[in-house]
Design a protein around this ligand. Structure first.
Ligand SMILES: [Zn+2]
Ligand SMILES: [Zn+2]
Length: 263
C-alpha cells in the first residue's frame, strides 16, 4: 500500500533523484509500468522504492532472487552463497531463495547502458512478486557498463545488473582480489542500494546519523563499509583490501536498515 502511494509521486522522485544522485551505481528510471502475473506490484520503479518491502516482513515474508547471465559469465557459486547469507542477515524474511542461474543469449554489445539492461529484463525476467513473495532480479552481462570501471548498478526497485568484463578486470593481475571476493562484494553492495542505502530519496531508509559521502551520491563515508563508493569500482576496489575478507556494513548503515524494518 505504501508502495502504491509512493509510485504516484514517482515523477517528482525521479526529478529529485536526477538532481541529487548524479554519481554512482544507482541508476534512475523514467518509466514506471508494472509487470506482474495478476498480483499488482510495480517492478519498474526507482531503486530504493521497495526498500521497506525488502527489509520488513509486513507485506512479504519470502524473497526470491532470479539470476540471468550471458555466456562466459556464470556467477561464482561461493559469491551467491555469500549473497544469500547477507540477505538472511539483514532482511526479515522467513526464506531467501536464490534460483538456479539461467544463461541467456549474448546481447553482442561491448557496453550496456541502464536502458539496455532494462530491455534485457523486459525480455528475460520470469519471476514477479506474488502474495507474500517478493521477487528480485539480477543480470550479468558480457559487456561493460557505459562507464567502464563500474562493477554493477541498481536500475529498478528490485533489479541489479553486473558487468562481466569489469569483474574480469577487478579479479586479474598482480595483487587483485579473488573472483569470489569481487562478485560477493559487488552483489552485496548493489542490494544495499535496493535497501535504500545511503539516503536514497523516498526509500524510507533515512539516515539515523549523517554518514552520506557528499561527493559520491548514495554512498557511505566510511571507507571500510560495504557501501563505500569504491566498492563498485573495478579500478579502486583492490586498493581497499589485502586479505580474503568481504567488507561488512558499518554500524551507521545497519542502523538505517533497522529503522526501516530490517535486521
Ligand atoms: Zn554504489
Ligand atoms: Zn556504511
Amino acid at each position: 500500500m505504501k508502495t502504491l502511494l509512493r509510485s504516484k509521486y514517482l515523477g517528482i522522485v525521479a526529478l529529485f533523484a536526477i538532481l541529487f544522485m548524479g554519481y554512482g551505481c544507482v541508476n534512475d528510471t523514467q518509466s514506471s509500468n508494472g509487470g506482474g502475473n495478476g498480483f499488482e506490484y510495480d517492478h519498474q520503479q526507482n531503486p530504493g522504492l521497495s526498500a521497506n518491502d525488502l527489509l520488513s516482513d509486513e507485506s512479504f515474508s519470502e524473497l526470491i532472487v532470479e539470476i540471468d547471465y550471458m555466456p562466459g559469465f556464470a556467477p561464482n557459486t561461493r559469491a551467491l552463497d555469500s549473497l544469500k547469507t547477507f540477505l538472511e542477515q539483514r532482511l526479515n524474511k522467513s526464506t531467501v531463495t536464490i534460483l538456479e542461474p539461467t544463461q541467456i543469449p549474448s546481447g553482442e554489445q561491448n557496453s550496456y547502458s541502464a536502458n539496455d539492461v532494462r530491455n534485457i529484463e523486459n525480455e528475460y525476467r520470469n519471476n514477479f512478486s506474488e502474495e507474500g513473495v517478493l521477487s528480485t532480479y539480477l543480470v550479468i552481462t558480457d559487456g561493460y557498463y557505459s562507464q567502464q570501471n563500474v562493477l554493477g548498478i541498481a536500475y529498478f526497485n528490485t533489479s541489479n545488473a553486473f558487468f562481466g568484463p569489469a569483474y574480469d578486470d577487478a579479479s586479474t593481475g598482480f595483487g587483485s582480489l579473488t573472483r569470489y571476493q569481487v562478485e560477493a562484494i559487488s552483489l552485496r553492495h548493489e542490494f544495499g542500494h535496493l535497501f535504500g542505502l545511503v539516503n536514497v530519496p523516498n526509500s524510507g531508509t533515512d539516515m539515523q546519523t549523517n554518514h552520506q559521502d557528499e561527493q559520491n551520491g548514495s554512498h557511505c563515508d566510511n571507507e571500510s563499509c560495504l557501501m563505500y563508493y569504491a566498492m563498485q569500482r573495478s579500478d579502486l576496489i583492490e586498493q581497499l583490501f589485502n586479505d580474503e575478507s568481504i567488507p561488512a556494513l558499518d554500524a551507521n548503515c545497519i542502523a538505517d536498515l533497522q529503522a526501516n524494518g530490517g535486521k
